[in-house]
Design a binder for this molecule. Structure first.
Ligand SMILES: [Zn+2]
Ligand SMILES: [Zn+2]
Length: 261
């Protein structure tokens, strides 16, 4: 299994693509401009029309930018789009042209097979309309995508414990966030239970989620203002060490492409 982070932050957008030696690739979120998305996919020899599906976590613009166009990405390249009913309700208010046959509602707990990939949705606490996380299984390996969540629920834990690749949010350092000078309501939103996971929350959760089967932890959706890759990695590595867990910890760059396998 190959996982590429095309972009991973609130400011630069989020998009991740997964593919294997057989079958067609699958895209998770598309929060970057359409031209950049296409250019990034082509870096891996993937044409946008090769995608077997696009899975959308929630409607915030850093996850759906390429869908919020008169002719959205998925319409242009005929990509089936899997998202929650809450998302589709929100999307119906947009003046976008997307054929009905490309809209595939998916609910938490539901599993779909697209090409060779099996994708399962789970719910997560975030201030969006029925936000989802996903676990994709391909060629006997699994990758979980859990960004944009205020805290780690039992459902999230049970979906992610022991899977091979954890693309996991480590959004902010709480002190940096509180001292950021941002408007207080924004700070409260970020650190609140429907906001984003702090480094400490990520570290605590990962010390439980990582098992001997876990191959890589990919810290993602880092704040470019209230976190640094060094701080996030160090907090998580210390916590894993305390828990006696050994695993490679990567940090997905905010804007650059990175590939993991
Ligand atoms: Zn986000
Ligand atoms: Zn969000």
């Amino acid at each position: 299994m190959y996982i590429a982070s095309l972009s991973s932050s609130s400011t630069c957008g989020n998009a991740y693509v997964v593919w294997g030696d057989r079958g067609r690739p699958v895209l998770f979120d598309c929060g970057v401009p359409i031209r950049r998305l296409v250019a990034c996919l082509r870096e891996f020899g993937i044409e946008p029309q090769d995608l077997a599906g696009l899975f959308i976590t929630h409607e915030h613009s850093d996850h759906v930018k390429a869908m919020c166009l008169v002719t959205p990405f998925a319409q242009k390249y005929r990509t089936p789009v899997y998202a929650s009913r809450g998302f589709w309700k929100w999307y119906s208010r947009y003046a976008c042209r997307l054929d009905r046959d490309l809209m595939r509602p998916i609910a938490a707990g539901e599993e779909v097979v697209v090409s060779k990939s099996r994708v399962r949705a789970f719910s997560k606490p975030h201030d969006a309309s029925e936000p989802l996380g996903f676990v994709v299984e391909l060629e006997d390996e699994r990758a979980g995508f859990a960004t944009d969540l205020g805290y780690v629920t039992e459902e999230v834990e049970s979906c992610l414990r022991g899977i091979e690749y954890l693309v996991f949010e480590s959004n902010h350092d709480v002190d940096m966030e509180k001292r950021s000078g941002r408007p207080w309501p924004l700070i409260q939103r970020v650190i609140g239970s429907l906001g984003h996971l702090s480094n400490d929350q990520a570290a605590q959760a990962l010390s439980d989620l990582v098992t001997a089967e876990t191959k890589q932890v990919i810290l993602s959706h880092l704040s470019t203002e209230c976190n640094t890759p060094e701080i996030a990695r160090s907090v998580v590595e210390k916590s894993l060490k305390r828990a006696g867990k050994t695993v490679a910890v990567q940090v997905a760059p905010a804007r650059e492409i990175a590939v993991y396998s």
